[in-house]
Each structure stands twice: as structure tokens, then as C-alpha cells.
Design a protein around this ligand. Structure first.
Ligand code: EPU
Length: 444
């Protein structure tokens, strides 16, 4: 398909300004939260990305009206007439996103049952959903696997419970939050994820009337209430997209101002960016990222749950590390297969060796399971244009960065996947002076 291929002519530094809006990993979840209320909600700073469109479609199938608000990027969600959706219609969304799993709690509260299609999302590891179903069972839901998907029922009102997650999963923490707020009694969640997007979801739920407190030891306590209202909320900015553009600026020796980027949620990234040798300047409206000239530094890097170095920052930064002098060590501890994208970088001229051992830091869950989850990147290496097939969202953006940093032309296949999480990325690339083109369609 020609319209899913991008020609990237590399070698030009990215320079200029782009803007990021609300976080992909918060906005769709805040939209699901609107389902819990009995009044309309207003969500602002909403990016036009595929995950938002998928959730919008699923909400509409369940009787929620979703329309534009007064300002650009505002959605008004009215859940006054929530109803059961046709299974075949829901199933049309199978494989499109991971967010449908978060409809379970809200639908169980509103309708007493829920049907969840097969999930999508990036192929960066096994991505099981066992924690989700285990916590839903603890709340009192029954789950039946049917050929077309999972069917859940709440024979009576769901009850608050005591949960300890085996790992601080972002999705499972959100599952607990979205279920516990209307459950009867108190829920105590230990070993919760505390990513900024989760805090923002808690802010959304608090605006709706929920009672949620967070302790410093990753414990979240939720006191269930009988009803929730609507919310008016501006989504926190996308710190993952911001870091992607920062890495693109560094790898292409460029200078990019990311309007909307926020320092608070990016502190760990900014420290690492500075250690590599990148320069940045923060002001009230955004962050400027640039390559200050001279060699970049090799570093040791370990991904972790917040407040550690976010796994989604890893892939774009690895491209910049191919330009650093010396040996960098990267230990991926969140997703077992998130370094698979590096084989294409090697085809372009990078020197990246993968290991199954936990290199350079703390032993992690993957150490004894033979996953290639550590990398040694030796640089600097000259990258050459290549034929690239996008494997996942962040890996895909990383290929774009590599193609932009490389000499010559790359054919990047599967670029549509990037629309899942990067708003108007083609316009942004062009605004930054990237030489990219969609090949002309072949006449038939
Ligand atoms: N896990 C399980 N069982 C579960 C759930 C998770 O074993 O039931 C494991 C996963 O396999 C993984 C780890 O726990 O090894 C962490 O997964 P988590 O549940 O935290 O991830 P997620 O909720 O599926 C979200 C983001 C990801 C981001 C991670 C980590 C969304 C839609 N996705 O995924 O974002 O990397 O949290 O912060 O919010 C991306 O934006 O490209 C992306 C992949």
C-alpha cells in the first residue's frame, strides 16, 4: 500500500517549533471515566489520535454522546443514556487498542455486564491481562471467555477489596481506580503504578466526586461512593511525545521547541538527556531541546516504573545513543521485547548487541527468562537510509528519527501506526524542515 509508506530523505537537522497536546496515555482513560458519571463531562486538550477515535466509537456504541466543546480540542461526553451495545459492533473494534479492557468496571456499574473484544496495542512483549481479570474477580465480577471475547457480569453491586498487584501495572491500577470509585466500601491497592497519567486520572475522578488518597509507598485507597457527576478537565501534556521530539532533535543535531511540554512530568528524562549531552531550556509554555555541538556521551540507562526512566522514552533515545561516543548500556525492565526494534537500526549501520542478562543494574523479572532485554550500543556510527517496517508505536517513531538522522533515503513502511499516538506527525515533521514525501499512487 503506497499510502502507508513514507520516503524520508535524511541528513537535515530538525529545527523549529511543534506543539504537543494531552497525553495519549491519559485522554482515552479520562473518556472512559466519563461513563461513570450521571452528568456530562468536558475534556480539554484532546489530541486527534487513533486511540481517542477508538474510545469515542466504543462510548457511542454504549449510548454516550460525544461531541465537540467550545474550544479546539475539547470533547463533551454525555453518559445520561448508557445502554448495552451490540456484541458484533463492539467486536468491530477488536485488535484496535488496549483501552477497551478499561470499560469493564464502568460498564459493570452502569449495566451489570460488559463485553470486551480482543485487545490491540503494541507488540512489545506478551502484554497479558491477568492482573485485570484477577482484580475484577476480587471486586465480585464473574468472567466468561467466549469465542468472540470476554463476557463479564456483576451479579450484585461490586464490593471494595484489598489488592496487591504483583507488579505496578499502569493498566491494572487504572482498572482498580475505575472500578473501586463506585464499589461498595473501601478498596486498598498496594504496589500501584503512580505514573503522572494515573495521578491525572485520579484528579479527573476526584472532580467527579470520588474519594481517593495516595500514600508514599505506592498504596492507593479508594472509598466507594453511590454516585459520580461530570468533570471539566484539561488533560496533562504528553510527556512521551515530548521526549520523542527531544530525541529527534538530538539525533539529527537539531533544535526543536516543544510547545506544551512540561518539566514536572519529564524530570527523569531531562536528567538523562543532559547526561547524554543534550541541551534544554524550560519556560512556562514549553521546552526547547537542542544538540549543542560536539560529541554526545555514552550512558548506562535502565527503564523502570515512575519515577524511573519511562520505557516509552527508551526507543527514541536509543537512536540518539547510536551517535554517542563509547559504549551505552540499556536495560529494559518493563517490556521484555522492547529492544527488538534495534535490529533495523543495525541494518542502517548502528552497532547494537542484545543480551538476555540484566546488564548494568538491578536484576529484573526478565533476567532468568531468556528475553533479549539488555543492549550495548557502541557509537558513534554513521546511519544509512534503509527499507524499514514499523514494528510498534514508539519503535516506529524511532525509525523515523533514525531515517532523519541517516544519510540517503529510507522507505518507512507502516507509518499509519504512528497515528495511534502522535497527532499530525507528518505536518509536524514538515514544520521542522524534514524532507519527507508520500510516494505518488501507482496508476492502475
Ligand atoms: N502486566 C502483566 N499482567 C497484566 C498487566 C500488565 O503481566 O495484567 C505486565 C506487562 O506485561 C508489562 C508490565 O506489566 O510487562 C507493565 O505493563 P502495564 O500494565 O504497566 O502497561 P499498560 O497499562 O498495558 C501503559 C501504556 C504503555 C506504557 C506502559 C508503562 C497505555 C495505553 N499504555 O501500558 O504505553 O508503556 O503503561 O508505562 O497507557 C505507548 O504509549 O507506546 C505504550 C506502550
Amino acid at each position: 500500500m503506497t499510502d502507508d509508506v513514507l520516503l524520508v530523505h535524511g541528513g537535515t537537522p530538525l529545527e523549529g517549533e511543534i506543539r504537543v497536546r494531552g497525553a495519549k496515555n491519559l485522554v482515552p482513560k479520562a473518556m472512559v471515566a466519563a461513563l461513570l458519571g450521571d452528568e456530562p463531562s468536558r475534556l480539554r486538550n484532546v489530541p486527534d489520535i487513533r486511540d481517542v477515535r477508538v474510545v469515542r466509537g466504543l462510548l457511542q456504541l454504549h449510548g454516550v454522546t460525544v461531541g465537540p466543546g467550545e474550544e479546539a480540542g475539547e470533547l463533551v461526553l454525555d453518559p445520561s443514556h448508557v445502554e448495552s451495545a451490540n456484541v458484533a459492533d463492539i467486536d468491530a473494534h477488536a485488535g484496535s487498542s488496549r483501552i477497551p479492557i478499561l470499560f469493564c468496571g464502568p460498564l459493570l456499574h452502569r449495566l451489570g455486564h460488559a463485553f470486551i473484544p480482543g485487545l490491540g496495542g503494541c507488540d512489545i512483549g506478551g502484554r497479558p491481562i491477568d492482573f485485570h481479570f484477577e482484580v475484577l474477580r476480587q471486586f465480585g465480577a464473574t468472567i466468561e471467555k467466549r469465542p468472540e471475547g470476554q463476557y463479564l457480569e456483576a451479579p450484585q453491586r461490586l464490593r471494595g477489596t484489598k489488592i496487591r498487584l504483583p507488579y505496578p501495572s499502569v493498566g491494572a491500577t487504572e482498572q482498580v481506580l475505575l472500578t473501586a470509585v463506585l464499589a461498595e466500601g473501601v478498596t486498598e491497592l498496594a504496589n500501584a503504578a503512580v505514573e503522572p497519567e494515573i495521578e491525572d486520572l485520579i484528579c479527573v475522578l476526584q472532580k467527579m466526586g470520588a474519594i481517593i488518597s495516595m500514600d508514599t509507598d505506592r498504596t492507593i485507597r479508594i472509598t466507594g461512593v453511590d454516585r459520580l457527576g461530570g468533570f471539566n478537565h484539561r488533560a496533562l501534556p504528553d510527556r512521551l511525545e515530548s521526549a520523542s521530539w527531544a530525541s529527534a532533535a538530538l539525533a539529527t543535531k537539531g533544535d526543536v521547541y516543544v510547545r506544551g511540554a512540561s518539566q514536572r512530568e519529564m524530570m527523569t528524562f531531562l536528567n538523562t538527556f543532559r547526561r547524554v549531552g543534550g541541551a534544554f531550556e524550560v519556560d512556562d509554555a514549553g521546552i526547547r531541546f537542542w544538540h549543542p555541538g560536539g560529541p554526545l556521551n555514552a550512558i548506562a540507562l535502565e527503564t523502570d516504573v515512575h519515577p524511573g526512566f519511562q520505557t516509552d522514552w527508551q526507543q527514541p533515545l536509543v537512536v540518539a545513543l547510536t551517535q554517542a561516543s563509547g559504549l551505552s548500556i540499556v536495560h529494559e525492565t518493563v517490556y521484555e521485547s522492547r529492544l527488538g526494534f534495534t535490529s533495523a537500526l543495525n541494518q542502517m549501520g548502528a552497532h547494537i548487541q542484545l543480551y538476555s542478562e540484566c546488564l548494568g543494574g538491578t536484576p529484573c523479572r526478565f533476567g532468568r527468562r531468556n528475553f533479549l532485554h539488555s543492549a550495548v550500543v557502541s557509537g558513534p556510527t554513521k546511519l544509512q537510509g534503509a527499507n524499514l517496517v514499523i514494528p510498534d508505536l514508539r519503535g516506529g517513531f524511532s525509525y523515523l528519527i533514525a531515517a532523519l538522522a541517516a544519510q540517503g533515503t529510507s522507505h518507512v513502511h507502516g507509518i499509519d501506526l504512528i497515528n495511534r499516538g502522535y497527532e499530525n506527525f507528518m505536518d509536524k515533521l514538515r514544520a521542522l524542515g524534514a524532507h519527507v514525501e508520500l510516494p505518488a499512487p501507482v496508476e492502475s
